[in-house]
Design a protein around this ligand. Sequence first.
Ligand code: NAD
Ligand code: TYD
Length: 346
Amino acid sequence: MTTLLLTGGAGFIGANLVRKVLAERPDWKVVNLDALTYAGDLSWLEDVLGDPRHAFEKVDLADRAAVEAVFARHAIDHVAHLAAESHVDRSILEPAIFVRSNVLGTQNLLDVARQSGVKRFLHVSTDEVYGTLGATGKFTEETPLAPNSPYSASKAGSDLLARAAFHTFGFPVVITRCSNNYGPRQFPEKLIPLMIANALDGKPLPVYGDGQQVRDWIHVDDHCAGLLAALERGRPGEVYNFGGETELPNLTVVRALLAILGRGEELIRYVADRPGHDRRYAIDCGKAKRELGWMPRQPFAAGLRATVDWYRSNAAWVARIRSGAYRDYYDRQYGGRLAPGSAPGH
Ligand code: NAD
Ligand code: TYD
């Protein structure tokens, strides 16, 4: 039996990875460590909570003693580290939380995992550590890190601490950097689920600036397949980029969603741009294809339709998430921008 400590397993990508590991690796046990912040939700895992191969640990990675206690309770072989504060807009409102969870939390985990003799440590980073591109070119694993938001800067910090653990201590770390994920159960603060949830309610769709920023969209299942491949077959000390090979301007994505939902473009509102907004991300994932035998498989059009269907069928979940603290965040983030007479970003 291999025991995998998976952090952030109550989040969007982590919960999908927990399910994948339990389904596809019958001789693995998953210790799911998550602080259950606003973004963590165990209702996504209700059906596996009673599985003897799944143990949940409510722990904040910034609390070193609590992390040590988890390693004392379980004989951990591998770590897949996904837990993080993950939203750029929130990092602009409150950067310090990102340093605490993403930088301090990662260092605590690296230290305790190394001292406990962990055999493989997968650090899940992001393409946003590379900064922004102009009209041409793609990020490769050799692109210098040049993060522009507090979120991406904190992720670059953790990415480099993971690198340092390999170079200084020989700790077997593999780092992955993936582009924008979409799919079921994504918290409705990110572009695609926020636009779906608003459009379903007939609410305005806040497009930042001119809406021509480009992101490379990858289905969460494809990202999780890449993470499992990197955990099992990645070379220690190496970085692997993952992307969906689907570069699209935000406005094109929003229009595609409106078409699927049968809603008109009058819902679109151009609002003041995000400060420091990265213009374009594009990923060269040739190394992951060559070395890990991985490739993105889900076509965007079909994946987007299935995602819309999921949000339509899970209206009660969306309504629960969007009540309470989410309302405060939404008002803080969008209240001024969506107010009548507020200045558009272009
Ligand atoms: P998410 O916000 O949906 O989930 C993050 C999870 O981490 C939550 O369950 C939260 O409770 C937990 N968490 C946060 N701080 C914690 C702490 N201090 N201690 C323990 N748990 C904590 O995020 P996601 O979209 O699933 O992203 C997961 C990882 O993948 C992150 O590291 C993110 O940087 C990376 N990533 C995300 C994307 C994307 O498009 N979403 C793309 C590339 C990389
Ligand atoms: P997001 O999902 O926050 O991911 P990231 O900033 O990490 O790439 O945003 C994706 C793109 O969509 C980004 O260019 C910002 C833009 N965006 C909007 O135009 N309006 C919104 O309300 C949100 C949340 C994002």
